[in-house]
Ligand binder design. Structure first.
Ligand code: BGP
Length: 468
């Protein structure tokens, strides 16, 4: 049976300001915590990235030529407000006007994210979203953008509130590099969700002509042994940390009893308390039915089993097989010894997890309205030969995920588009320039772009909609 995506579907490519633009000190851009953090902890920096700051006309031309009719772009907050609040930097504002105009010229719809991991340094150093002043600063920045850029029709407040809390306060691979502080993880999630809700309310109150939503990463958490109640609970708690807590905040406007029981169990084992205020629930409640869409980022799933010991997490920077450890006290441990194909970075390739997440949103949060898959893709050690990359593994990965997407649509989910991570190669936050995801190969020395085999495949897909 033929599987085909519906008419009007968006065949997109995704980027993020910090990973694509480069030009980190150009035209008055303010610093972000990542600038120094990469220097101190990794072997690469955000310069030159993919030099999107200068090469965007070429990337958008590639979009048009390859049938890509949507692009995820994020605005670097510190290009607009170099210190996070206060003075506006007109050159930063101009850059985004030019970029959005180029999108229109090339008939590529921009889906614009206000925050993709890159809080301005001044705010980050003062506690990032753990500090409630950052919520106020974010809402002012968001309102400025809504007014300034009427050419944008699709706004996303945040990219991946889950992995931000996780990276900053649990695994410690994002600045400020704090480890194993579960209370900070939940507090960051909650405060960012409050900021999201306030921005949504401001957008709706402003009567702008467009849509607004949020992008959540939703990795599925399976029990290693579904017959073992302890493994089932481990998967459940892990799901609460990464998925359910923020989904509840988004669509229920509160945390369900089930969610809060899990949170309290995790905090009882790990220490710490949360500051959850009535006024926050008032805005979460007011915004819960106003999200026009949910963006789902999906790369992989995890298998969890019960674990009785101290927390230990290692970061697999090179992709070495079996190199990862992930055990959380009072939660559980990830099992890597499962019979599932892996990427070059040892991520589990499990398309069904995407289907399962779409179904859970549809069933548990029926007020979701509409879904875009805002990221999905294969990070690989691409081999560049004869001016291209024969990335059959990437094509296979995309096809398998689109196939389950067709199943989800058949089963009633309202999914309107797919954005491949990434449009062209960009650097990976914690794996650097070796990990490539793009449809277009970027030679980071010359900044030349070369279509990979997957780009030609994607063009055909966009033309016919036929997945298999
Ligand atoms: C998501 C981020 C992206 C991108 C992607 C791939 O979490 O939103 O910015 O980086 O993951 O992850 P990585 O670069 O770690 O391979």
């Amino acid at each position: 049976m033929i599987k085909k995506l519906p008419e009007g579907f968006i065949y997109g490519g995704a980027t993020a300001a910090y990973q694509a633009e480069g030009a980190v000190n150009t035209d008055g851009k303010g610093p972000v915590a990542w600038d120094q953090y990469l220097k101190d902890n990794y072997w690469y920096t955000a310069e030159p990235a993919s030099d999107f700051y200068h090469k965007y006309p070429e990337d958008l031309k590639n979009c048009e030529e390859f049938g890509i009719n949507g692009i995820r772009i994020s605005i670097a907050w510190s290009r607009i407000f170099p210190a996070g609040t206060g003075t506006v930097n007109p050159k930063g504002v101009d850059f985004y006007h030019r970029l959005f105009a180029e999108c229109r010229k090339r008939h590529v719809e921009p889906f614009v994210t206000l925050h993709h991991f890159d809080t301005p340094l001044a705010l980050h150093a003062a506690g990032d979203f753990l500090n409630r002043d950052t919520i106020d600063a974010f809402v002012l920045y968001a309102e400025f953008c809504f007014k300034e850029f009427p050419e944008v029709r699709y706004w996303t407040t945040f990219n991946e509130i889950g992995p931000i809390g996780d990276g900053q306060y649990l695994t410690g691979k994002f600045p400020p590099g704090i480890h194993y502080d579960l209370a900070k993880v939940f507090q960051s999630h909650h405060n960012m969700m409050t900021a999201h809700a306030r921005a949504v309310l401001a957008y709706k109150a402003g009567g702008y002509h467009g849509e607004i939503g949020v992008v959540h990463a939703l990795p599925t958490k399976y029990p290693y042994d579904p017959e073992n109640p302890d493994d089932v609970r481990a998967a459940d708690l892990e799901d609460i940390i990464h998925n359910r807590f923020i989904l509840d905040a988004t669509y229920l406007g509160r945390y369900s009893d089930h969610t809060m029981n899990g949170v309290n169990e995790i905090l009882a084992a790990n220490g710490g308390t949360l500051d959850l205020r009535e006024e926050d629930f008032a805005v979460l409640g007011a915004a819960k039915n106003l999200n026009d869409f949910l963006g789902i980022n999906y790369y992989m799933s995890d298998w969890m089993k019960a674990y009785d010991g101290e927390t230990k997490i290692t970061h697999n920077a090179s992709g070495a097989k079996g190199g990862s450890v992930y055990r959380i006290k009072g939660v559980g441990e990830r099992v890597f010894d499962v019979d599932v194909p892996r990427t070059d970075w040892d991520w589990m390739i499990w398309p069904k997890g995407l289907y399962d997440q779409i179904m859970r949103v549809m069933h548990d949060y029926p007020n979701y309205k509409k879904i875009y898959i805002t990221e999905n893709g294969l990070g690989d050690k691409d081999v560049f030969e004869n001016g291209t990359v024969n990335d059959d593994a990437r094509i296979d990965y995309i096809q398998k995920h689109l196939s389950v997407l067709c199943d989800a649509i058949r089963d009633g989910a309202n999914v309107k588009g797919y954005f491949l991570w990434s449009l062209m190669d960009v650097f990976s936050w914690s794996n650097g320039y070796e990990k490539r995801y793009g449809l277009f190969y970027v030679d980071f020395d010359t900044q030349k772009r070369y279509p990979k085999k997957s780009a030609y495949w994607y063009r055909e897909l966009a033309k016919t909609g036929i997945v298999e």
